[in-house]
Design a protein around this ligand. Structure first.
Ligand code: C2O
Length: 534
């Protein structure tokens, strides 16, 4: 592969949306941020220069970072933040990966405006495993608050209550016309009678989103930079951190404007966000007075639409792209995922919302975990993260249930090349909710999912060991479970967390520490010379 250089100047930029202007943190003054283009096996050198007053770090979401955990990016997990006026150059290879990913800030809530697409094309001369499209387009979904986003989360932390929901969603940086502000949305220009690839990315902070285009079906060909068995659908579901690449065919010999819309999927009783965003698929040559064909997205709680979509995903499992699901498991883990409340004297109502895995609310360290691991610094973390819930309970029973959590910086240790199964079990501690769980440093296979409590004897019989979808972020069903498997073949410290940013803030996170192997090429590389210090 070749070496590609990018420069990210992180600067404030006055930005107007919803007829209201505010300063936001941006990369190179752009919102959304610049798209990174590369090919499989290329090396990326991204020089990040911090010109703002916030501490920074950038994560390359879904990039495996083989042996280069130092470039993964989550603050206090694999690096100390890049402090104001400091520089850090991320240096990593896109080994064996191609498809649609994203990059985003991985500190505070800066991800809300510091994000962009990361497109990895196949190696030169290597075709897609499906017909080549006429053109490729990025469809980047996000959320927008009219007020300062850091103020929103800081107020939530202070009060112990949920943060204000966003004021709108965005498609390629714009909400489209809404009652309070008639601004134009973004437009995708297409020619009739052609195939287009849409690389759809959910960079929203807190909302899983449905996406639909008026009068156009989508053929899903790839998710999270892994190829899937193509299938056709009129609606896709994409959780924060997930990507979905689709092909659409524009109709021959015609013109027109067609609405593309997003709306949130939330089947939890606690959710209220109901806003949509729209953009326009515009056929070149359409008269300017033509009307725009509307589209209706599924309702907020369209669980069956979500389940149907998720169950349609299968890995391609071809000769060139074989599925390599671990058949035997060294570490069999059960992680309960929940939102609870802990006492808090200074909070509104005397309690604060917390979140946990196995009733452990993760406490962020003050120094980098990877640094502590590499240099054997004691007292930063323990490696006793529970493999199973501390106390068993009826996880999806009537709430409230088992809402008290312990605080700790606890990791789970894995030997090099060991195989892992994690049952991600949603709970109704307060209320059941869907959680997009993201693992850094490895893709995993989703070998099963279902509703209610996972039943080891019964549910394992139904696991798909042939063509389970491979991804880096899985939407665990509301009041249900998902089973994932992966091989720990990447030494380092790898964060796992809910990609709903508010849940991460509340503590729904943990990390795996993967030890070095004994062989050549099985060790974490030494830290780069310009790694930021705490
Ligand atoms: Cu896209 Cu740890 O995140």
């Amino acid at each position: 592969g070749m070496i590609r250089h990018y420069k990210f100047n992180v600067v404030m930029k006055e930005t107007k949306r919803l007829c209201w202007s505010k300063p936001i943190v941006t990369v190179n003054g752009q919102f959304p941020g610049p798209t990174i283009y590369a090919r499989e096996d290329d090396t990326l050198l991204v020089k990040v220069v911090n010109h703002v007053s916030y501490n920074l770090s950038i994560h390359w979401h879904g990039v495996r970072q083989l042996r280069t955990c130092w470039s993964d990016g989550p603050a206090y997990i694999t690096q100390c933040p890049i402090q104001p006026s400091r520089v850090y150059t991320y240096n990593f290879t896109l080994a064996g990966q191609r498809g649609t990913l994203l990059w985003h800030a991985h500190i505070l809530w800066l991800r809300s405006t510091v994000h962009g697409a990361l497109i990895i094309l196949p190696k030169l001369g290597v075709p897609y495993p499906f017909p080549s499209p006429h053109r490729e387009k990025v469809v980047l979904l996000a959320e927008w608050w009219k007020s300062d986003v850091e103020a929103v989360i800081n107020e939530a932390i202070r009060s112990g209550l949920p943060p204000n929901v966003s004021d709108s969603h965005l498609i390629n940086g714009h909400p489209g016309p809404v009652p309070s502000c008639p601004e134009r949305g973004s437009t995708l220009k297409v020619k009739p009678g052609k195939a287009y690839m849409l690389r759809i990315i959910n960079a929203a902070l807190n909302d899983e989103l449905f996406f639909k285009i008026a009068c156009h079906k989508m053929m899903v060909v790839e998710v999270d930079a892994t190829y899937v068995k193509p299938f056709t659908t009129d609606t896709i579901l994409v959780a924060p951190g997930q990507t979905t690449t689709v092909l659409i065919n524009t109709t021959d010999g015609t013109s027109g404007n067609y609405v593309m819309a997003v709306s949130p999927f939330m089947d939890s009783p606690v959710s209220v966000d109901n806003s949509t965003a729209t953009a326009v698929l515009h056929y070149i040559g359409t008269p300017s007075n033509a009307t725009t064909v509307p589209v209706e997205t599924p309702p907020l709680d369209a669980t069956s639409v979500a389940t149907n979509f998720s169950n349609s995903l299968r890995s391609l499992n071809s000769r060139k792209h074989p599925t390599k699901v671990p058949m035997q498991v060294d570490h069999s883990l059960l992680f309960t995922i929940g939102i609870g409340v802990n006492p808090c004297k200074t909070c509104t109502g005397g309690a604060r919302i917390v979140a946990d895995i196995n009733n452990v609310t993760f406490v962020m360290p003050k120094v980098s975990l990877l640094d502590a691991h590499y240099h054997n610094i004691t007292g930063v973390f323990t490696d006793d993260f529970p493999a199973h819930p501390l106390t068993k309970f009826n996880y999806t029973g009537t709430s409230p249930l088992n809402t008290q959590t312990e605080r700790g910086t606890r990791l789970y240790r894995l030997a090099y090349n060991s195989t892992v199964q994690v049952i991600l079990q949603d709970t109704s501690m307060i209320a059941p909710e869907t959680h997009p769980i993201h693992l850094h440093g490895s893709n995993f296979y989703v070998v099963g999912s279902g509703v209610g409590n996972f039943d080891e004897g019964e549910d394992e019989k139904g696991f798909n060991m042939v063509d389970p979808v491979e991804r880096n972020t899985i939407g665990v069903p509301t009041g249900g479970w998902a089973a994932i498997r992966f091989r720990a073949d990447n030494p380092g410290v790898w964060f796992m967390h809910c990609h709903l940013e508010v849940h991460t803030t509340w503590g729904l996170k943990m990390a795996f520490v993967v030890d070095d192997g004994d062989g050549p090429g099985e060790t974490l590389l030494p830290p780069p010379f310009n790694l930021p210090a705490c």
